[in-house]
Write a protein that binds this ligand. Structure first.
Ligand SMILES: Cc1ncc(COP(=O)(O)O)c(C=O)c1O
Length: 367
C-alpha cells in the first residue's frame, strides 16, 4: 500500500491521476463487468446508475423495505418514487411474491439489495420484472465477491454498484464507490454524470477544467488516494473472503444450539458458480436490545442492521405506511444484530463473544 500511495504523492495528482483508471480496470477484471466507473460513494453510484438507466421524474422504483436507507433515498435523489416490498426472512432480500403484489402502473424499475452474506432471488425477481417490463438494477453495495451462476452481483440486470465505505468487505480509507455495468451507454453516461456531465471514458482523459458539459452532472469523482488504497487491498481480497467464510462457520458452529437465537445466517448459494460472501455475521433474537446492552457492558461491540425498516423512516412518512405493512422487514428490524466480524478477528475473541451470547441468552430463558 505504501508503494501505491507513494506513487500518488510523487505524481502530485490527487484527482484525475492514474490510480482511478487502474482501479476501474482491476475491478472490471475481478467482477467480470465490461465497465466499472469509480465514484465517491455507494450512494452516488446508485443515484447516477438510476439516472443513467433513464429514470424519469416520478417513476416507481420497487425497493426492499429493509436495507440501508440509501437504497431508497437514492431513488428520491434520482427523481423517482420508492415503492416498498417486503423481504424474504431467510435472505433479508426482496421477496419475489411480495414484489409481484407491489407492482403498480407507476413502476418502471426494480432494485433488489443483496445484504450481509447472500444475494436476492434474482431468478424470481427477473421473472416478475419481465412480466411487467421493469428494468432491474441491483443495490450490490455490500456484495463484492458474491456471485450467482458465475455472474458477479450487480451484473444480472442493467447494472449495480459497490460501496467501499471503510467497514465494507473491500473498504477504502474514507468514502468511495463504483458502478458496474455491461452496458457501454449506461457506463458512458455515469462517467459523464460523475464529472459535471463531461464526456470522457476515464478521469485521466480530460483536464480538470474542461469546457463542455452535455448533462447536468455532479462532482462525484473518486480520489486517487482512495483508488491507490483499494488497488492495494484488492490483491488480498480473496484471502480475506476465505477467512470471513471460516469465521462465519466458526460462529455458526458455536451458536447453533444457543437457546433464544431465532436465526443464524443460512448459506443460500447452492449451485455451481454461486458464492456467498460474509460481509457481516448477523443473528436474530427477541432479546436483541438487551443482548446489545449486555455485550456492550462486556466490551463487545455490535451493530444493529437496520433498526428502522425503510417505509417507517421519517423521510418516507409521506408515503403513508404504518406498522404491520411489511411484517418480515419489521421483524428483522426488531431482532437482527451483527456480531464482531472482520478478517483479523482472533479465534479467542470469537469464542468470548459466543460464550457471552450463550450465557446471557441462556440466563434470559431460565429467568
Ligand atoms: C445496501 C447499501 N446500499 C447503499 C449503501 C451506500 O453506500 P455508501 O455508504 O458508500 O454511500 C450501503 C453502504 O453503506 C449499503 O450497505
Amino acid at each position: 500500500m505504501e508503494k501505491r500511495l507513494g506513487e500518488v504523492f510523487d505524481s502530485g495528482k490527487f484527482s484525475h491521476g492514474k490510480q482511478v483508471g487502474q482501479l476501474e480496470a482491476a475491478l472490471a477484471e475481478y467482477t467480470g463487468a465490461r465497465r466499472v466507473i469509480c465514484v465517491n460513494s455507494g450512494t452516488d453510484a446508485l443515484v447516477l446508475l438510476l439516472r443513467a438507466c433513464g429514470l424519469r421524474p416520478g417513476d416507481g422504483v420497487l425497493v426492499p423495505a429493509y436495507s440501508f436507507v440509501a437504497t431508497a433515498s437514492a431513488v428520491v435523489l434520482a427523481g423517482g418514487q420508492p415503492q416498498f416490498v417486503d423481504i424474504d426472512p431467510e435472505t433479508y432480500a426482496m421477496d419475489p411474491a411480495a414484489l409481484e403484489a407491489a407492482v403498480t402502473a407507476r413502476s418502471r424499475f426494480v432494485m433488489p439489495a443483496h445484504l450481509f452474506h447472500t444475494m436476492a432471488d434474482l431468478e424470481g425477481i427477473a421473472s416478475v420484472a419481465h412480466r411487467h417490463g421493469l428494468t432491474v438494477v441491483e443495490d450490490s453495495a455490500e456484495a463484492i465477491g458474491m456471485r450467482r451462476g458465475g455472474v458477479h452481483a450487480g451484473l444480472h440486470g442493467a447494472g449495480g454498484v459497490l460501496s467501499f465505505f471503510p467497514s465494507k468487505t473491500l473498504g477504502a480509507l474514507g468514502d468511495a464507490g463504483a458502478v458496474l455495468t455491461d452496458d457501454p451507454e449506461v457506463a458512458d453516461t455515469v462517467a459523464a454524470l460523475r464529472h459535471h456531465g463531461r464526456a470522457g471514458r476515464t478521469l485521466n482523459d480530460f483536464p480538470a477544467i474542461s469546457t463542455e458539459s452535455a448533462l447536468p452532472g455532479v462532482n462525484s469523482k473518486m480520489d486517487d488516494i482512495q483508488a491507490a488504497v483499494l488497488l492495494a487491498k484488492l490483491t488480498v481480497l480473496e484471502e480475506q473472503i476465505a477467512r470471513r467464510a471460516e469465521l462465519a462457520a466458526a460462529y455458526t458452529a458455536r451458536l447453533r444450539d444457543v437457546p433464544g437465537v431465532l436465526r443464524l445466517p443460512r448459506p443460500t448459494a447452492g449451485k455451481p458458480g454461486d458464492r456467498d460472501v460474509y460481509y457481516v455475521y448477523l443473528i436474530e433474537t427477541e432479546d436483541r436490545d438487551a443482548l446489545v446492552g449486555h455485550l456492550g457492558r462486556h466490551g463487545i461491540g455490535t451493530e444493529v442492521y437496520y433498526p428502522v425498516s425503510l417505509p417507517h423512516q421519517p423521510v418516507f412518512a409521506g408515503l403513508g405506511h404504518g406498522p404491520g405493512d411489511f411484517p418480515h422487514a419489521e421483524a428483522a428490524a426488531r431482532h437482527a444484530v451483527a456480531l464482531p466480524f472482520h478478517p483479523d478477528l482472533h479465534p479467542e475473541d470469537l469464542e468470548r463473544v459466543c460464550d457471552t451470547v450463550r450465557s446471557f441468552l441462556t440466563a434470559r430463558r431460565a429467568a
